[in-house]
Design a protein around this ligand. Sequence first.
Ligand SMILES: Nc1nc2c(c(=O)[nH]1)N[C@H]1C(S)=C(S)[C@@H](COP(=O)(O)OP(=O)(O)OC[C@H]3O[C@@H](n4cnc5c(=O)[nH]c(N)nc54)[C@H](O)[C@@H]3O)O[C@H]1N2
Ligand SMILES: Nc1nc2c(c(=O)[nH]1)N[C@H]1C(S)=C(S)[C@@H](COP(=O)(O)OP(=O)(O)OC[C@H]3O[C@@H](n4cnc5c(=O)[nH]c(N)nc54)[C@H](O)[C@@H]3O)O[C@H]1N2
Ligand code: SF4
Ligand SMILES: [Mo]
Length: 693
Amino acid sequence: MTSHATSAVRVVRGACPHDCPDTCALRVTVEGGRAVRVQGDPDHPPTAGVLCTKVSRYTERTYHPERLLRPLKRVGRKGEGRFEPVSWDEALATVAVRLKAVAARDPQAIVPYSYAGTMGLLQGEAMAGRFFHRLGASRLDRTICASAGGEALAATYGGKVGMHVRFFARSKLIVIWGSHSIASNLHFWTLAQQAKRDGAKLWCIDPRRTETADKCHRHLAVRPGTDGALALALMHELVVHGWVDRDYVERHVDGFEPLRERALAWPPERAAAVCGVPADAIRELARDYGTTKPAAIRLNYGMQRVHGGGNAVRLVALLPCLVGAWRDPAGGLLLSSSGWAAPFRDDAALQRPDLLDGRRPRVVNMSTIGDALLHPGGGAFGPRIEALVVYNSNPVAVAPDSRRVVAGFAREDLFTVVLEQFRTDTADFADVVLPATTQLEHLDVHTSYGHTDVLLNEPAIAPLGEAKPNTQIFCELAARMGFDDPCFADDDEALLRQALKGVDLATLRERGWASLPLPEAPFAEGGFPTPGGKAVVDAPGLGVPDFVPNRECAETDPALAARYPLAMISPPARHFLNSTFVNVASLRAIEGEPTLEIHPDDAAPRGIAGGDTVRVFNDRGVHRCRADVTTRARPGVIVGLGIWWRKFGVDGTNVNELTSQRLTDLGRAPTFYDCLVEVEREAAARDVRSAAA
Ligand SMILES: Nc1nc2c(c(=O)[nH]1)N[C@H]1C(S)=C(S)[C@@H](COP(=O)(O)OP(=O)(O)OC[C@H]3O[C@@H](n4cnc5c(=O)[nH]c(N)nc54)[C@H](O)[C@@H]3O)O[C@H]1N2
Ligand SMILES: Nc1nc2c(c(=O)[nH]1)N[C@H]1C(S)=C(S)[C@@H](COP(=O)(O)OP(=O)(O)OC[C@H]3O[C@@H](n4cnc5c(=O)[nH]c(N)nc54)[C@H](O)[C@@H]3O)O[C@H]1N2
Ligand code: SF4
Ligand SMILES: [Mo]
């Protein structure tokens, strides 16, 4: 480093862009125009100066030798990943010509596909929303992650609202439910540890014995998709032991009586048989929950990726209402707090749905993109999909039922554009790849779904190569399409000024973040954002919540369970963020290779030893990977940590080869963890080694 460069050291304020509830405030050290360090902001309370391992390696990702730095045009077959660089001019012209031709027939034949590769208000759906609204393209139902739980919360509380995360530090009982917090909610875990040191008891409810479960006092390894039964049994105990807060229920819960009756049909023994855990453990949890104050539940999305996920979240969300846990700021439940930020965001100003100008394009569900791409068109579906524009997502790796997804993306008559930072599995299927900037290279602003601060992300460095922010790419495409509405002239600074309501930009610029003004114990006196102000049991059109079993389990489909006796769950690996970071060598080195955790009791009868290559299969597909024989998996349940890029798999597949496109009871979401499979040994560890030698 020259003295000239070191003299130009700057620290730039940023925000972590990833789909993680923690939304950390970053400090990026820049020396001579190069980002050299990404650290957590010590002055931002939720971040407290700490980042997860993944994002502390963010410079390794940004300066990765495989970053896409120029637009690419496909020269090989779809999926082959052979491209040649072209100019921006040629790339944009190619895209505009093709999109115009499709739009002339029917713009709904064009489908945007995006999720939360960045959670930023600007690089997310701001200019992209304007572009697709003006075009009249199909609208995307963004259901891949959280819509079952989100709609369940809305039905019960009236919105995605809950406890303030900081008060978990003062709880006396914390139930960590369907969350591997150490991996996916690290800053909450720090608060839970603080509570533990102050005497709180921690329970973990998770089919997998995660590192989080290891560090809780008690772990209930329920079968996947049985949380609704567990919640009903807990209610049974609350009722029969008189632990219901009758005063709170009378004043702030609408329609308790039918729920009470339903719960009385669920003694712990009945739930124990369904959940595959001891009845006494359910009794112990119920006693703890009914008698400890304040009691807090950290619910997370892992437990709603099953057929009955919506009903299960509705049942769990009623528990803190029954015991009056909301009376204390350190009691209640947190699944998502994004609803608290909603009134402060001006999504309509950014995304401009008014540009639809009265048109009502059909809606395509992102969770069934495989079926949608293979649909011949016609009937209620509408026109066959002819063009797809993907940004902030890697559907070929993350969407369920990969065989169908891949077949759809491989259609030679489909025109696919992918805005990306890397040549992902999805980019391999693109006709045109447009290089996008990373968080260090662009301006953005973020709200959070795990705390209630707003964060600014200032660009720390200039865009690498010819990469451009999503906003700029959609502006330039709009110009090529002949869209001359003034809103397409807005640059990122102009978008930032439109993004928020009631948040002072000067404070954001100065400090990097601002806290939203919110009450400490939001529902101590009721006041849920439902029409009647009460928590709702019997929601309009939904009825009283009930236990809804998995579609793929012995109870619902014994014939299927006879052929495929093992339930597979595929939660994310700790050092990846969905499929992001899988190509970062130092993080991949920690995760090793795609593996399948299997309990010794399931491995032994199949002759499987640790390190063997196994074949995991069902009617949807086959995935080969390495077996890890371990008690982290419970009997009957195997775990394929994700989400690996397919191209890193031994046979070019990942766990989504096995998952289904069936949807949840509520929210039209995927059922990733409602998936039966069988496993066979394919090669012993030593055969694999000698074949490789
Ligand atoms: N390190 C890391 N952090 C992440 C992510 C990541 O990929 N990596 N992803 C981010 C995103 S997009 C999201 S949505 C969240 C996801 O984080 P969470 O919302 O916590 O959800 P999952 O990781 O899917 O699952 C959490 C736990 O639920 C368990 N689980 C599976 N099925 C069931 C069930 O039926 N019942 C119960 N009780 N538990 C079950 C899994 O074994 C897992 O340990 O994390 C975010 N943070
Ligand atoms: N089997 C199984 N499948 C799952 C899950 C599971 O638990 N098991 N989890 C599901 C869940 S919860 C989710 S949220 C989805 C996540 O699925 P996705 O939303 O697709 O998330 P990622 O895999 O992280 O892919 C995001 C992509 O966006 C790109 N990106 C990031 N920032 C930008 C940007 O500024 N511009 C552009 N153009 N691109 C950018 C990244 O390079 C990355 O390739 O996966 C789902 N799939
Ligand atoms: S991924 Fe989550 S924990 Fe890691 S830096 Fe980002 S917000 Fe923080
Ligand atoms: Mo997610």
